[in-house]
Write a protein of this length. Structure first.
Length: 83
């Protein structure tokens, strides 16, 4: 069993976050309006594991994961209440 973790956007991901996801997580964060977040809480990432693959989900509904072939996939959960 692998334990997940949580961290704030715009901070360094913890060591548990696989290297394969790190560059795409950084790319997603570059698209966030960091300067406009002063009146809102900073969104956080949550790392979980599904069928042995890492899933990093931002509070905004953005999901960064690996597909079955090991390729990084970025998608948005349309059902996320904060999106």
């Amino acid at each position: 069993m692998r334990l997940g973790t949580r961290w704030a956007a715009f901070t360094a991901p913890p060591a548990a976050v696989p290297d394969a996801l790190r560059s795409q997580i950084a790319a997603v964060e570059k698209l966030l309006p960091e300067g406009q977040l002063t009146h809102q809480p900073t969104p956080s990432w949550t790392l979980t594991w599904l069928e042995g693959r890492p899933v990093a989900e931002l509070d905004t509904g953005v999901i960064v994961t690996l597909d079955a072939e090991g390729q990084v996939v970025v998608r948005h959960d349309p059902d996320d209440e904060f999106a």
